[in-house]
Design a protein around this ligand. Structure first.
Ligand code: GGG
Length: 361
């Protein structure tokens, strides 16, 4: 009997609403081709419109409902003209990441054939690495507060949180990953010269982890020069591990160096599989282009391939389906219709339907 993969599909806001259907279209085409059973349930939660109607981003029972799914396939969140960004993000995506302990945010940075690279002289194969972002603590906290508001003594305090448990588990994941790759190389993003408490601690934990992986070459780099090297020497990276905020910044910069953020996929993983993992494009809701039908759906589609790969770790059909989706994406990038961010004039649906058709042929 085939496993039925139960997927919660949440479009969210803005172009999330436009790209998610394309992702589902392609997932279904891959599933049909490989006789994989998918059960998709769509939710209108985690959107600013839901907030305007209900006063919260999620219903009270969201955890009980979503925990019964194998995965969450998520579009994007945020519409600052409707709801302040920190309220929409903390009320939805960050709740999922924390309560489902999705402590690994895995973000591939890969230059694919057919994609014009903004960095001169770079060929596909030159840039192929992963940003492994810590996803549950670090600089993303609600610890702090405001005092003396509206007076001359007004001040704001915002704390970061680096726990031994949280640092060690993300570093372990990243070192393990590096150890299983050919280059056996890891870059640790830091800023321990300026951020004088949390970052030296992060470095210490990285050094302790490195001692357990003698075959992995570790390189620590301050975030400022690391950003410069993403642009100048992207071929030197293999696995880059970073705190929550640094990882977020690097994983926009990386895909920008490989053509367009519209291709950037990501997986928010609970590696122990105690809870559903979440798969989403790196890009946000982009209200400025919503409704124009020009959003690139490939990041969403690629995130779907990552979902099948993770869900079907023990399921050859799901692995093949994920590989087929990646092949179909590459075929489109070489010779198919493209959205304006890649120099084309195709619509969001045209790109999604073409990739789905490649899978059917
Ligand atoms: N699909 C990703 C998304 O909606 N991102 C909104 C955002 O601002 N995310 C911040 C983050 O990933 O930390």
């Amino acid at each position: 009997m085939n496993k039925v993969y139960k997927i919660a599909a949440i479009p969210g806001d803005g172009i999330g609403i436009e790209v998610l259907p394309e992702g589902l279209k392609v997932l279904q085409a891959a599933a049909d081709k490989h006789q994989i059973a998918l059960e998709i349930t769509q939710f209108d939660w985690a959107s600013c419109d839901y907030y305007l109607e209900h006063g919260t981003m999620l219903p009270d029972n969201w955890f009980e409902v979503l925990k019964n799914f194998d995965a969450i396939y998520f579009g994007a969140v945020g519409w600052p003209d409707k709801v302040p960004d920190h309220i929409s993000l903390w009320g939805s995506l960050l709740q999922f990441r924390r309560r489902f302990d999705q402590y690994v945010n895995l973000r591939p940075v890969r230059l694919l054939p057919g994609v014009p690279c903004p960095l001169a002289g770079r060929e596909p194969g030159d840039i192929d690495f992963y940003v492994v972002r810590e996803n549950t603590e670090g600089e993303y906290t609600s610890v702090g507060g405001r005092m003396f508001e509206g007076t001359e003594r007004e001040f704001v305090l915002q704390e970061s949180v680096f726990t031994r448990h949280g640092s060690d588990r993300i570093l372990k994941y990243a070192f393990e990953m590096a150890n299983n790759r050919d280059k056996k190389k890891i870059t640790v993003a830091t800023k321990s010269n300026g951020v004088a408490v949390s970052m030296p601690y992060w470095d210490e934990r990285a050094e302790a982890m490195a001692a357990q992986y003698p075959e992995v070459a570790m390189d620590k780099q301050h975030i400022d020069i690391l950003c410069a090297r993403f642009v100048l020497q992207p071929n030197r990276f293999d696995v880059v591990v970073a705190s929550n905020l640094f990882g977020d910044i690097l994983s926009d910069l990386g895909p920008a160096c490989t053509g367009t953020i519209g291709l950037a996929a990501s997986a928010n993983l609970n590696p122990e599989r105690n809870f559903p993992s979440l798969f989403e494009p790196v890009h946000g809701s982009a209200p400025d282009i919503f409704g124009k039908n020009i959003a690139n759906p490939i990041a969403m589609i690629w995130s779907g391939a990552m979902m099948l790969e993770f869900l079907g770790e023990q399921d050859e059909r799901a692995q093949t389906a994920a590989a087929d989706i990646m092949q179909a994406i590459e075929k489109l990038l070489l010779s198919g219709p493209k959205t304006p961010d890649m120099g084309g004039s195709a619509s969001t649906q045209e790109v999604g339907s073409t990739i789905a058709q490649y899978l059917q042929s």
